[in-house]
Design a protein. Structure first.
Length: 332
């Protein structure tokens, strides 16, 4: 609770040993508070937190034996990289000779073998992130907590570090709980994703299942783009009957766009086709996105750019078609 406001409500979550779980949500969804509860920085007003069968709700953060990486890295600015990594070992009473061995091994593992004597201010953002991860891992904690770990990096470096994080997780096998608002990061890194909204869990599942089979409109639109087809001028065909209180949804990349007179596809009997007109075309390097008006609805279509591909301009008439099996139904 923050005053009269409950930042997290009725949160019930089981994390499996060794999995990479991401808590995903927009600002104000309660994801960071959930992580602070797990870390021990915020006490729960009710309920319990159990790790390996032991209640830790009343255990202070420094006694929970967890590795934590913050978005700001929180490196000691007055200590060298080597001393930053030695600190948690020293706090655990590891002898000096063994500390040197463990630090050398960890620096090599995160590709910083030649950077041990540098100060944090002499490192790039990606290098500082590696030091922060190494410091969290070096004491061999059973749980690793990541708070927006890649949020301070530019796009290219963030993608490189996503690969590095996946490799580190595979190598060390740590139970990892990550908080982020970055959907692509969550999809790339996670074994499971918890989508939060206004302090509650909206849906929990694997990345593939969440993206392909969202249960609510919020999850469908927050985790990627989605065409929510409400009150269309055409009947949406599907292989399944729509459950009560739901609307049809289809992902933009599942829709194909062609000229109105183009030959039908070989699986046309499994598809629905509609006629429309392009209202906008957005070129984004490897992808091209169309906004197509179909009656009173505007559908988004996303296709990979390929040589020899027909390009449609605003005002062009087009035909859209999609597999009826790709239509999903979400609650509003």
């Amino acid at each position: 609770m923050y005053g009269a406001v409950a930042a997290v409500k009725d949160l019930s979550l089981t994390v499996r040993r060794g999995e990479f779980l991401t808590i995903l949500g927009p600002s104000g969804s309660g994801k960071t508070t959930a992580l602070m509860l797990l870390a021990g920085f915020v006490p729960p007003t009710k309920g319990d937190i159990v790790i390996a069968g032991r209640s830790v709700a009343a255990v202070p953060a420094y006694r929970r034996d967890q590795g934590i990486v913050f978005q700001s890295y929180a490196l000691f600015p007055h200590l060298t990289v080597r001393r930053n990594l030695e600190f948690p070992l020293e706090m655990r009473g590891i002898k000096a000779a063994e500390r040197v061995t463990q630090v050398d091994r960890m620096l090599e593992r995160v590709h910083l073998g030649d950077f041990g004597d540098r100060m944090p201010s002499q490192l790039s953002g990606g290098q500082q992130q590696r030091v922060a991860l190494a410091r969290a891992l070096i004491a061999d904690p059973p749980i690793l907590l990541l708070d927006e770990p890649l949020g301070a990096l530019d796009r290219n470096l963030r993608e490189q570090m996503q690969v590095e994080l996946k490799n580190l997780h595979k190598e060390f096998g740590k139970t990892t709980i990550c908080v982020t608002h970055d959907q692509e990061e969550a999809l790339t890194l996670s074994d499971r994703i918890v989508v939060m909204r206004t302090g509650r869990i909206e849906q929990t599942d694997t990345p593939e299942a969440l993206y392909d089979r969202p249960t609510t409109r919020f999850v469908a639109t927050f985790l990627g783009e989605a065409n929510i087809i409400e009150n269309p001028d055409f009947k949406v065909e599907s292989n399944a009957a729509p459950p009560p209180g739901t609307v049809a949804m289809i992902r933009p990349e599942r829709i194909c766009v062609t000229g109105p007179a183009a030959p039908k596809r070989v699986d046309a009997d499994q598809r629905q086709s509609v006629q429309g007109a392009v209202s906008d075309m957005i070129y984004a390097g490897p992808q091209r996105k169309y906004h197509v008006r179909v009656g009173s609805s505007v559908l988004i279509v996303r296709e990979h750019v390929a040589s020899g591909q027909q390009i449609f301009r605003p005002g062009d008439d087009v035909r859209l078609d999609w597999l009826r099996s790709d239509v999903r139904f979400v609650t509003t």
